[in-house]
Design a protein around this ligand. Structure first.
Ligand SMILES: Nc1ncnc2c1ncn2[C@@H]1O[C@H](COP(=O)(O)OP(=O)(O)O)[C@@H](O)[C@H]1O
Ligand SMILES: [Mg+2]
Length: 462
């Protein structure tokens, strides 16, 4: 506890780089002993030099939301960049800042939620709100008393809104934005147009270079900015391991009373080995002395902290014999590769694993891109009992449907389109297009709304 003045937690010593300062305030106790929850603006506690600062393409959505919604929640996994986004976005960079990772405001909010909220400044960033669930009801009252847009910018590292009491208290008052680790298009600093082309005019004939080893490098690197700041290899993998340990200790522990916290990293590693496969509890439970319901609960916990997700099956009553099991996907391939001890050489030698991680990589890239788009987009997978499948089915807006198949190889044959053709038949007039993403050189049409497209088209533009 520091008396009487803000603490500068870290200050960059790179004066030559033009810096984007993340103006935020630090909690402190004033000398007269007044409340702990008074944020003070204008103290820079973290700076990211512009040279290594990547744009966040969800920012326009954040600005829009703050302009018309009393509360906005940015949620996503720990370390994906939520606090930084809140600090640099022009819409919120002048907001004072309170973090519930700090014991003092967390304690104050728990002891007297109404008083805590009443003492807050007009606009404020409340960071890591999942750690102070008591303030939701108080925020609702504060908003109902004075409904102005952009009052509360919340961040959360777990799916707080799964708690019905919290979701209900802010229903109609809160807009939620999902932040993911960095997308490839953000790393390239280039707004993507892949989904627009997929749902629009399709893909023109063109040639580009194969990615080859670079593809494996991108998969293994993943999208966490702090991991990317480290050199590839052992140091980066260590970051991912430490990340997971810290997250389990701090966030998962707070979410549920679970007996075997140490099982979670191992369970996630096992899930990483199953990524892009059908979700199968028995396979996940096998190595543990834990019951299947317990494993199910643990998977749900890992989903709540955004480390795992289940991709639901696409449904249509035009087709029978559909597989109704969701697919499992790890939330970031960098984390998955680190947990599997896989590097680019491993992926070169293990084609099945490369195929799985690549499918997860493409899924994550597309859902990151979709999260920036105005049109609501939903993702599914498609498989029937004859083994006909499409890796990703994407539904956009008023029910237009597209399909994506992912192939690690450098060639595509007409027969590879079997799944996409079946999807096109079932979707009928709603079918916008089908693409096989592959590591080849040519973008080419394979008939009605079907294309083979090099994977780099996802982020490299036309
Ligand atoms: N857009 C970005 N470009 C470069 N580095 C970033 C960016 N956003 C975040 N970082 C870095 O990533 C790390 C985690 O960011 P942070 O905002 O604290 O994540 P979160 O609040 O989601 O846990 C920090 O080291 C931060 O400097
Ligand atoms: Mg944060």
């Amino acid at each position: 506890m520091v008396e009487g003045r803000p603490v500068v937690v870290s200050e960059s010593n790179m004066p030559e780089a033009r810096e984007l300062s993340i103006g935020r305030a630090v909690i402190f106790r004033s000398a007269d002993g007044s409340p702990f929850n008074r944020p003070r603006p204008g103290v820079t506690i973290s700076r990211v030099p512009e040279a290594v600062f990547y744009p966040r393409f969800v920012e326009p959505r954040l600005a829009e939301a703050l302009a018309d919604s009393p509360a906005v929640l940015i949620h996503g996994p720990r370390q994906c960049g939520k606090t930084t986004l809140a600090g640099v976005s022009h819409a919120s960079s002048n907001y004072p800042y309170v973090s519930f990772d700090d014991d003092v405001p967390r304690g104050a909010a728990a002891a007297d939620p109404a008083g805590f909220v009443a003492d807050l400044p007009e606009r404020v960033v409340l960071d890591e709100v999942q750690r102070a669930p008591a303030i939701f009801a108080a925020m609702k009252l504060a908003i109902d008393r004075r409904r102005a847009p952009g009052r509360f910018l919340l961040t959360g590292s777990s799916q707080v809104l799964l708690v019905p009491a919290l979701a209900d208290s802010l229903a109609g008052r809160l807009e939620t934005l999902r932040l993911h680790p960095l997308a490839q298009s953000e790393l390239e600093r280039r707004p993507p147009d892949f989904l627009d082309a997929l749902f629009g005019d399709g893909f023109a004939f063109e040639r580009r270079e194969r990615l080859g080893k670079q593809l494996a490098e991108r998969i293994v690197a993943g999208g966490y900015p702090a991991a990317l700041a480290r050199p590839p290899g052992r140091r980066r993998a260590k970051w991912y391991h430490d990340y997971l340990d810290a997250l389990v200790q701090r966030d998962v522990r707070g979410l549920a009373r679970i007996g075997a916290l140490e099982a979670l990293p191992r369970l996630l590693a096992l899930a990483a080995a199953q990524t892009a496969r059908l979700f199968n509890v028995s396979d996940l439970a096998a190595p543990f002395q834990l019951s299947r319901p317990t494993i199910r609960d643990y998977v749900a916990l890992l989903e709540r902290v955004f480390l795992l997700e289940r991709l639901p099956p696409w449904h249509t009553n035009r087709l029978s014999r559909l597989v109704k099991t969701p697919k499992l996907h790890v939330a970031d391939t960098g984390l998955a590769a680190a947990l599997l001890g896989a590097d680019t050489a491993t992926l070169a030698a293990d084609r099945p694993l490369l195929g799985q991680l690549l499918e997860t990589f493409v899924f994550q890239e597309l859902r990151r891109q979709a999260s920036w788009h105005e049109a609501p987009t939903a993702f599914f997978h498609f498989r029937d009992k004859d083994g006909v499948e499409v890796d990703l089915v994407i539904e956009r807006g008023v029910g237009m449907i597209a399909g994506i198949e992912v192939k690690a190889g450098a060639t595509v044959k007409a027969s590879d389109f079997r799944g996409l053709r079946k999807l096109a038949g079932a979707a009928g007039a709603r079918f916008a297009g089908g693409v096989i993403l592959y590591d080849g050189e040519t973008s080419a049409s394979f008939g009605d709304r079907l294309h083979a497209v090099p994977i780099s088209r996802l982020w490299a533009g036309p």
